[in-house]
Write a protein that binds this ligand. Structure first.
Ligand code: FAD
Length: 405
């Protein structure tokens, strides 16, 4: 199986074929990235899942290849390509190793946030290294007692005007890349409860500890950590944008994050689907191939439809990533793709029977990985109950439907 499907290519063709450089950009995804994934990522995914290893060297090499630089502006030596190329590449990367790809995706979200909102000193210090994967980034919003209700975070900051430093205290939890990151985008609140964001590294004064969270059911080749700050002092330029606006920046970053999780989930679904498709051409039962049973045809068709819908939605949201409608597009794509992935992985295991139930089939890993999708980057329940209706109602107020037909 190819790592880059014809369907992915056609979707990109539709959006970009008339733009200069389209053939070269597509060739990067189909040749360089595909070769890299086949050589470095796919062969190690099984072992990294078992041993809970995030392949740091592979991350650096992917950066050197230019993958993380795809959507970044030329001012930072990025390739200034539409986000769609990056998202499509992420889909392929995820098909090979969803844990590793999750680390890449979150790194991208943070790099994007730094580019948009951080102090010039921070950009000068880190952005080049982040864009080319020489440094790794992590996003620190969640805490053990505050996930969906993130504004209730307990991590605090205060300003020491004598030293012109911010002082962080608290514990972040569930932080992807938390063990291997060099740069951390961390949210904390002041005495009034207002949230600000900080970009920090490990060179501050005070306590900064990283503890690995073990035994996750899925995305085991990503590392997830608890980060502990005790009187951790960071320079004043660590503050992102304006004081008290940290939550706003985090939510905007999560729009991009949700698009990448939609692409990520589509990659998982495609992986499970392809393994089922291959097995259905090999397995014989009742004198037929599994693929020739009516139910298999129907379910493969349904999977094709769900994957196509997921892919179109994440590419649509990617295309409009800087549009004011992005919150809606990203949330819709994320919900659809994450739910489709879980359903497809579950059905792929069912249709593979006992074979699907063992590690060796490599399908069960897809289900374990897929189950993170509906939880992370805004639980789907929150997106359906809060985010999507909010945008819907705002749109209605702006442009009321005075008549319907
Ligand atoms: C492997 C992994 C990696 C992660 N990586 C990161 C990271 O890099 N950075 C980071 O900051 N966080 C990260 N997270 C945290 C993740 O974003 C949170 O787990 C998620 O936001 C849900 O928060 P919670 O786990 O506290 O669940 P809770 O907030 O306790 O929610 C539990 C459940 O309640 C339901 N629910 C929640 N709110 C509502 C509502 N308003 N209405 C109806 N139902 C609702 C949902 O079903 C939800 O799943 C990661 C988590 C995991 C498991």
């Amino acid at each position: 199986m190819s790592f880059f499907t014809d369907a992915q290519e056609h979707s990109l063709q539709k959006l970009h074929q008339h733009e200069p450089g389209y053939a070269e950009n597509l060739a990067f995804l189909k040749d360089s990235l595909e070769e890299f994934i086949a050589r470095k990522v796919a062969p190690n995914a099984y072992r990294n899942d078992i041993e809970e290893v995030f392949p740091v060297e592979t991350f650096h090499e992917l950066g050197e290849l230019g993958f993380m630089a795809l959507p970044f502006p030329e001012a930072y030596n990025g390739l200034a390509l539409p986000f769609t190329y990056y998202a499509a590449g992420l889909e392929s990367l995820t098909k090979a190793d969803a844990g590793f790809a999750l680390g890449v995706a979150i790194h991208g979200t943070v790099s994007d946030g730094i580019q948009h909102y951080a102090h010039e000193t921070i950009k000068a210090k880190y952005l080049q290294d982040l864009i080319f994967g020489r440094k790794i980034a992590a996003f620190g919003l969640s805490e053990i007692t505050s996930g969906s209700d993130a504004q209730t975070m307990a991590t605090t900051f205060r300003y020491d005007s004598a030293t012109q430093e911010y002082i962080l205290n608290g514990t972040k939890y569930w932080i992807t890349n938390g063990m291997s990151a060099d740069v951390f985008f961390v949210m904390a609140r002041d005495e009034q409860g207002k949230v600000s964001a900080f970009v920090i590294d490990k060179a501050g004064k005070g306590v900064f500890e990283q503890h690995k969270i073990m035994d996750k059911m899925g995305v085991r080749s990503s590392n997830t950590a608890e980060l502990v700050f005790q009187d951790y002092r960071v320079p004043s330029y660590s503050l992102v944008g304006e004081l008290g606006n940290g939550f706003k920046y985090a939510m905007r970053m999560l729009n991009g994050g949700r698009i990448t999780i939609a692409a990520w989930s589509t990659g998982i679904a495609q992986g499970a689907y392809e393994k089922l498709l291959k097995y259905a051409h090999e397995r014989k039962l009742f004198g037929k191939f599994l693929r020739d049973l009516d139910n298999t045809k129907k379910e493969l068709s349904e999977m094709t439809i769900e994957i196509a819908a997921s892919r179109e939605l994440y590419l649509h949201a990617s295309y409009y990533k800087e549009d004011k409608m992005v919150a809606q597009y990203a949330a819709v794509a994320k919900v659809k793709a994450t739910e489709a992935a879980v359903a497809i992985c579950e059905r792929a295991i069912q249709l593979c029977g006992g074979y699907g139930f063992v590690r060796d089939s490599k399908i069960e890993r897809h289900l374990r990985d897929a189950l993170l999708g509906p939880i992370g980057e805004g639980a789907n329940e929150v997106l359906k109950i809060v985010v999507i209706p909010r945008v819907l109602y705002q749109a209605f107020e702006k442009k009321p439907l005075t008549s319907t037909w």
